[in-house]
Design a protein. Structure first.
Length: 129
């Protein structure tokens, strides 16, 4: 039987990524990003898991306006979240978020789908039991 910890209180930072998955190449890029997330547990930054939405069918749709366009572009989006046990103002968190974004950009480029921008957003969260 698991022992419940009383008074659990964690200040974490939730990082959310909106990852386009419009074709098989972008799906391959997504799974390379997931492999990167799997490796975060070996670093001492408090990552003990992550979450992402369905890939087929995707759960979210994103719309954005390219420069000069009258109609929005459409992306099928997989939402990915990972919680770091790092404060939102720490330099280490800033470095890790930058590394995640660079990893995402690298794999989308590698699979022939370079992106002008990938949204990676960090929010402070408080987990209490």
């Amino acid at each position: 039987m698991a022992v419940k910890k009383k008074g659990l209180h964690e200040v974490r930072t939730r990082v959310t990524c909106n990852l386009p998955v419009n074709n098989i190449q972008e799906e391959k890029a997504l799974f390379k990003v997931v492999a990167y997330l799997n490796e975060l547990r070996h670093q001492e930054i408090g990552v003990t898991g992550y979450t992402y939405s369905e890939t087929r069918p995707v759960a979210f749709h994103g719309f954005w306006w390219p420069d000069g366009a009258d109609e929005p572009a459409h992306d099928q989006i997989v939402l990915c979240t990972v919680d770091y046990l790092l404060g939102s103002g720490s330099q280490q968190l800033s470095h890790k978020v930058k590394e995640l974004k660079q990893t995402i950009r690298k794999w989308y480029r590698y699979f022939g789908s370079p992106r002008d921008e990938i949204w990676v957003v960090a929010h402070p969260i408080l987990r209490q039991d």
